[in-house]
Write a protein that binds this ligand. Sequence first.
Ligand code: VG1
Ligand code: CO
Length: 543
Amino acid sequence: MAIQTVATQPFDDQKPGTSGLRKRVSRFQQPHYLENFVQSILDVGEGLRGGTLVLGGDGRYYNQTAIQTILRMAAAHGVGRVLVGRDGLLSTPAVSAVIREHGAAGGIVLSASHNPGGPDGDFGIKFNTANGGPAPEAVTDAIYQRSREIAEYRIADTADIDLTREGTTELEGMPVEVIDPVADYAALMERLFDMDAIAAMIADGFRLRFDAMHAITGPYARRLLEERLGAPAGSVVNAEPLPDFGGGHPDPNLVHARELVALMNGPDAPDLGAASDGDGDRNMILGPRFFVTPSDSLAFLAANATCAPGYAGGIRGIARSMPTSAAADRVAEALGVPCYETPTGWKFFGNLLDAGRVTLCGEESFGTGSGHVREKDGLWAVLFWLNILAVRGRGVGDLVRDHWQRFGRNVYSRYDYEGVDAEAAGRMVEGLRQRLAELPGQSFNGLTVSAADDFAYTDPVDGSRTEHQGLRVFFEGGERLVFRLSGTGTEGATLRVYLEAFEGNPERQARPTAELLAPLTAAAEALAGIRSHTGRAEPDVIT
Ligand code: VG1
Ligand code: CO
């Protein structure tokens, strides 16, 4: 047997964050770094020995090297078989779909998602369990513990496997099946949406633009939007996955999806604009001169879910991450279904979905999804929107404005201060945490605090407890501020400030977000002293 046992020493920084382990490529390239973490996953993941492992990534730099290493280690570990996407590609939602469709014990996704790629960019590894979802905290904690004590790993000493062609090869007795990365996912979408109605709308002249940002969703969007639904060639742009995402930042927001935003704000805007991120789980939805906030998108999909065949029977409930606006809560209340508030990160939705308590989930960070997989799903959200537009026959902006009239508008913005000094950011958040108890009754820029806390969550299904998930400050007028530090960055700290106010007056609802939030923005500065702590006058990204 060509299995080698290699002596190694633990690294002390292999603690997974909000979504997997993310580091600079150069860190992953250090001898044994990748192998240590992969061995820790293999040791902790249940049912992998003798079971099926799904493997793929977003095509970023180091994807190809890492895939070959993981295949060799899986063989050495005694994994039963590996399903790997052709060319080593699989989007995050596709990994989830394949795990579920093929009864796999788990999956490994190679991606740092919305973080930039390339030799000087970031790389990442996520582990998903048998339900298709991100490993819950108990599992990621166990992986981290394992990484702290690892002394050796095992790897097959074999040549690279050809991943360019579909079919099965053996690696030290372990079958490696190279699969079409799109097929299972596309079949799932066919079951959920009225593709013929969408195709008819497109044939009728409805125009769309999908920006894949040179990341993983290109092949999926081409297959579904252009080939299946008949959108003209060129409707999907930047469709070729590139190792460095063409030098861009594969984050579908108003700053990084610049070209798309300019098109949608211009005179010849198509009817729908959309973009997705590095690994295909995020989505941004735009109408002509209209940006749909992800929080509103979740609420809108919930209110209109029965338009799509896959949700014709209605939804069981909604879950949203804490920083996400309460727009979805209003819809849940109107529908008479529960709405859960979870910590940031998709891993907290898995139990609620598995228990059948919710159908739709969402985050303010351009993430929406449902029980069809256990991940957020960018292209799914776009198809859902298209299905609703096909049924309702009106424009994006009109429909959202109608939604606000009916439910009121949760005016919302997120400010990101990226790459700030980690100690300064930590001091700011810690200082605020110390003051939480004394805030109620105090006023900032004329807004009086009604309550403040450090968000903690007890999972209603398994009782697990998660603490310190963001500082919440509520005001008497219904406004809310949230402060938290990102768990996905790799350089310094990213401070996120989430601002939310409620506007029930239809006359004022269409006013610009920044104008409606101006008093709260000033209150945030007065309360937290963001400028003096971070040295930043303005955030890097406003969503
Ligand atoms: C961010 C988002 C969070 C999302 C996570 C992973 O985390 O805020 O909502 O689940 O990224 O998304 P953080 O800790 O940086 O705020 V993805 O598409 O980058 O895997
Ligand atoms: Co992502």
